[in-house]
Ligand binder design. Structure first.
Ligand SMILES: Cc1cc2nc3c(=O)[nH]c(=O)nc-3n(C[C@H](O)[C@H](O)[C@H](O)COP(=O)(O)O)c2cc1C
Length: 260
């Protein structure tokens, strides 16, 4: 039974699951500048990605993909190819078009409230053909990867930050989605937090289904240590980060699985 303080906290937190009733005067309405569509690190090394997925898809049967989807935590020894990784990045955050002149919006392979898309995708890579292990960032507007650097004792550090879940730390690829809340708050103020959390579910579901299509398996990761995960990714979590604040919101392990 939850103690009194926990109960109060639960009641407060439930409010985020509801649609707020009061009107909002968002920064967009106040005509404040729109935040950038994406982050760029100008990484040490840029890896171009393909959008030609014809040879990557192994199963195109939609109903069978839906039925086959489960959380898969055991992977075989095979490395992913860059084509396969490219497909997974495209299907989770790929940009199909950019609209607007001063105020821009991206339309992607996943929906997002108000087309705000408040996420960045980072990868812990262990086993992808032609890519050295380490931390990478997906540049959605260019459909490119940027290499951010190696992580000392990667498996140990990732495991520690992600709840001791070794299958995630040792998976060929660990997807990590960060949220930059202000991208959605700029438009939706205090309605934004619920929207962003709903949005990220779409991203991960596309990952699950896309993995099934290319004989990979995925497992969502919601259990992680927030301060350790944010530190590992180098995020500034101080209150002064304000509109630039960014933190880990969700993750998923990906690897190759044996066929039927
Ligand atoms: C939001 C969320 C967080 C999750 N976190 C974890 C996790 O940290 N570790 C894990 O092994 N599975 C995690 N899962 C996977 C669930 O355990 C799994 O979806 C559930 O047991 C149902 O099984 P299925 O996905 O095979 O249908 C998570 C799933 C979701 C949707």
């Amino acid at each position: 039974m939850a103690d009194e303080n926990t109960k109060i906290k639960i009641m407060e937190l439930r409010e985020i699951m509801k649609a707020p009733t009061e009107d909002i005067l968002s920064d967009q309405v106040k005509d404040l500048p729109q935040p950038p569509l994406e982050k760029s690190f100008k990484g040490k090394k840029i890896i171009p990605l393909t959008k030609n997925f014809e040879d990557v898809i192994k199963n195109n049967d939609f109903l069978s993909l839906i039925n086959a989807r489960t959380s898969k935590r055991k992977y075989n020894e095979e490395a992913l190819t860059q084509y396969e990784l490219s497909f997974l990045l495209w299907s989770t955050q790929g940009i199909k078009s950019i609209v607007g002149k001063e105020r821009k919006a991206t339309f992607r392979t996943v929906p997002s409230a108000g087309a705000r898309h408040p996420f960045e995708t980072y990868l812990f890579i262990n086993k992808v053909i032609g890519l050295q292990p380490g931390l990478y960032h997906y540049m959605a507007t260019e459909h490119q990867l940027e290499y951010l650097g190696s992580i000392e004792n990667q498996a140990e550090q990732v495991s520690e930050a992600f709840g001791g879940q070794n299958f995630f730390a040792n998976a060929p690829v660990g997807f990590v989605w960060s949220v930059i809340p202000y991208r959605t708050e700029w438009r939706y103020s205090n309605h934004a937090q619920k929207y962003a959390l709903v949005d990220v579910g779409h991203v991960c579901e596309n990952l699950y289904l896309s993995c099934e299509a290319i004989q990979c398996g995925a497992c969502a990761i919601g259990a992680y240590n927030q301060p350790l995960a944010d530190k590992l990714l180098g995020f500034d979590t101080s209150p002064s980060a304000d509109k630039e604040a960014e933190f880990v919101v969700y993750a998923a392990a990906v690897g190759k699985v044996d066929g039927n």
